[in-house]
Design a protein around this ligand. Structure first.
Ligand code: GRG
Length: 293
């Protein structure tokens, strides 16, 4: 995964950049190659494998997912959004470079992702399906919509137009299904499309992806309350300060843990049609509950 990401990013060296300015290539590489769990790419490779395909055939899709995810982190960290200084244990892109370069690095990664999917995935039918899945997940009805809804909810809370205990769990889940969930479901759908999986397997992977997506978000909220800043490589305790709606806020710490476990169990149960080929995805769902970064 790491070497594929390395190879598909524009090189920095003068004369080798094939039209990509060195500073832009440096910012893109800084953000993508600076760590990260690679969860979305791993889900994509595992989904292709669970459907009986060599996971290497899904590598371009896996890289594209990581590019889109990294773009979203770069833009989310900007002063106009979360205004963060630390990401993946290092200064955020706009801190290491500057704001304009960070915006362009995000734009570059988002568009490079689609170039990669369109040109490297075979057959054409699978490439077209992956372009559509990725665009839907990342776009104005997916992740961008979730980010907008999250910002609006935060502003309502901070302006006092919504009281602390108002807002509902349903509303919170609707935000997360799009903001985080969509880009965690997309890898499973892309892996299945690349493998040409039958309908029953696609549906199983989608149910798994939805449950894992929400469980991942709940654990993320818990880590913001209880996590270790050094291990996470980002600021903790910021959700409360920003007036964010989180699972611990609605369900408490224990209730959130319980809900995450239920969702992981749901995810595992959804894999039954894949029989023993779903074993890595099964292990991953359980491991996500224990993650500390
Ligand atoms: C700017 C359009 C736009 C969207 C931003 C994903 C996102 C939307 C914002 C990130 C804010 C955030 C911390 C969301 C919680 C869940 C999440 C996506 C965490 C980061 O993902 P990880 O834990 O990160 O997979 P690594 O660094 O491991 O890849």
């Amino acid at each position: 995964m790491e070497s594929a990401l390395h190879d598909w990013l524009p090189p920095i060296e003068a004369g080798r950049s094939a039209g990509c300015p060195e500073r832009l290539a440096a910012a893109m590489r800084y953000s993508v190659l600076g760590g990260g769990k690679r969860l979305r790419p791993i889900l994509c490779l595992m989904a292709a494998e669970a459907c009986g395909r060599d996971p290497a055939t899904a590598l371009p899709a896996a890289c594209a997912l990581e590019f889109v995810h990294t773009y979203s982190l770069i833009h989310d960290d900007l002063p106009a959004m979360d205004d963060d200084d630390l990401r993946r244990g290092r200064p955020t892109c706009h801190r290491a470079f500057d704001e304009a370069t960070a915006i362009l690095a995000g734009d570059g990664l988002l568009t490079l992702a689609f170039e990669l999917v369109a040109s490297e995935i075979e057959p054409d039918e699978a490439a077209r399906a992956c372009v559509r899945i990725l665009a839907e997940a990342a776009g104005p009805r997916g992740m961008v919509a979730g980010q907008m809804a999250d910002l609006l909810a935060e502003r309502r809370t901070l302006s006092g137009s919504v009281h602390e205990d108002e807002g509902s769990l349903e509303e919170l889940e609707a935000i997360h299904r799009r903001k985080t969930g969509a880009l965690l479901l997309a890898p499973l759908r892309m892996g299945a499309a690349i493998a040409g999986a039958p309908e029953a397997h696609r549906r199983a992977l989608e149910s798994y992806g939805r449950a894992v997506g929400l469980a991942f978000q709940i654990v993320d909220d818990l880590l913001d309350v209880e996590g270790d800043e050094a291990k996470l490589g980002k600021r903790v305790g910021k959700d409360l300060g920003l007036g964010k709606w989180t699972y611990p806020r609605f369900l408490g710490i224990e209730g959130s843990r319980r809900r995450a476990s239920e969702l992981a169990a749901e995810a595992v149960a959804a894999l039954v049609p894949l029989e023993s080929r779903g074993h890595r995805l099964r292990e991953l769902a359980m491991a996500l509950l224990e993650r500390d970064r």
